[in-house]
Design a protein around this ligand. Structure first.
Ligand SMILES: [Mg+2]
Length: 374
């Protein structure tokens, strides 16, 4: 089998447009992938549309070879971030092709089912919330739906954004109190048995991160996610040394090479790689295996699009140290518009498709109707 071409798609997503690719082969099998995007999504789509030149004529079953061909090819330009987003899309599409060629779901090619279904944690359940009472009401509803863990960022809405400083946080004492009141109301509503995960979105300097984490300690937080930006591991260590709450990082870390120091220096209790940023299915599996050797659980970041969710889930079906899969309920309707068949989510679990490859296709109707020029 040979790769004959690659198409890129730029379509309306949730916060930003999503970038998808389709890799075509001379056997008539196609594979789908997604690249991480953001405000620069049109540039990512334009770059993705040129990847065919690197891949045409290659054997799509040589996934490791092609991953390394791209990763080393981008080395001088910088193979993290923009390049690793493109590599992620290609890698996911190659695994989809391989599964379809062999008639097996991707998880069967990665070691087989470790489990039958994936336990979820809820995100995006608070879109209509303003007051602590609103959050408490919605949190209770998530528990009723079967969830035993939920995530939120209680502080982001109160940040002073008058300056584009990444790591100042802009938190005032009044804003901190408002955020803490939301978390206290949730803890009161759901009781002690539900995990509350707090996302700091990598937005704080060290003293702010430490102060916020300590403030929430009486609420028994499950993890404090990305307390500081991802570029400085020493800053993360400083936070870790000063707080009792477990730390989770990884959605902005690229490839096994960024995760290695986190594990070597015990800087986090949980890892959360994003499969469309960090290097695709191949890299997610490797990072999970590295973490396994350190007894660190893995919980993929799944808030960046439909193929993020299904590709990460395929890997987690095989990973002994899987913790929980994130689901952004605010985005699920659009995931189900983009994918066919829709996702099987119920009772707090994601039930992964047993169809060949990723088990889903991009809906042609969605690709046409939601297309955005790039
Ligand atoms: Mg996050």
């Amino acid at each position: 089998m040979k790769i004959t071409g690659l198409k890129a798609f730029h379509c309306n997503g949730s916060r930003y447009p999503w970038v998808f690719i389709k890799i075509e082969t001379d056997a008539g099998i196609t594979g789908i992938g997604q690249a991480s995007s953001g405000p620069g999504s049109a540039m990512v789509a334009a770059a993705a549309s040129r990847l065919g030149g690197w891949l045409t004529g290659e054997d799509p079953s040589r996934i490791e070879y092609l991953w390394n061909k791209l990763f080393t090819g981008f080395s001088s330009l910088g193979n993290r971030g923009f390049a690793s987003a493109l590599i992620s899309a290609v890698d996911i599409a190659l695994w989809d092709i391989r599964g379809k060629q062999l008639g097996l779901p991707v998880y069967e090619l990665l070691g087989g089912r470790f489990r039958d279904r994936l336990i979820l944690y809820a995100n995006g359940w608070f879109q209509d919330c303003e007051t602590p009472d609103d959050f408490a009401r919605n949190a209770k509803a998530e528990v009723k739906k079967g969830h035993t863990a939920m995530k939120l960022d209680p502080f982001m809405r109160f940040i002073d954004r008058s300056e584009p400083r990444q790591h100042a946080g802009g938190m005032t004492p009044a804003a901190e109190a408002k955020g803490a009141a939301i978390v206290e109301a949730i803890r009161d509503a759901v009781g002690p048995d539900v995990e509350i995960l707090i996302d700091a979105h990598g937005m704080y300097d060290v003293p702010t991160a430490v102060r916020l984490a300590r403030r929430l300690e009486p609420c028994n937080i499950g993890w404090f996610e990305e307390p500081v930006p991802p570029e400085n591991y020493d800053a993360l260590r400083l936070v870790r040394e000063q707080i009792a709450t477990p730390i989770c990082v990884g959605e902005r870390l690229i490839s096994r090479y960024d995760f290695r120091p986190i594990l070597d220096h015990q800087l986090a209790n949980y890892l959360m790689p994003d499969i469309i940023r960090t290097g695709g299915i191949s890299e997610m599996k490797k990072i999970a295996t590295m973490a396994e050797a350190y007894y660190v659980p893995v919980s993929p970041h799944d808030a960046t699009g439909p193929i993020t969710m299904i590709a990460g889930a395929q890997v987690m079906m095989t990973v002994p140290n899987f913790y929980r899969l994130e689901i952004a309920y605010s985005e699920l309707p659009l995931y189900n518009e983009a994918l066919t068949p829709p996702l099987d989510v119920h009772d707090g679990y994601f039930h992964v498709s047993n169809r060949p490859g990723l088990g889903h296709e991009l809906s042609e109707e969605y690709l046409t109707k939601q297309a955005v020029p790039f």
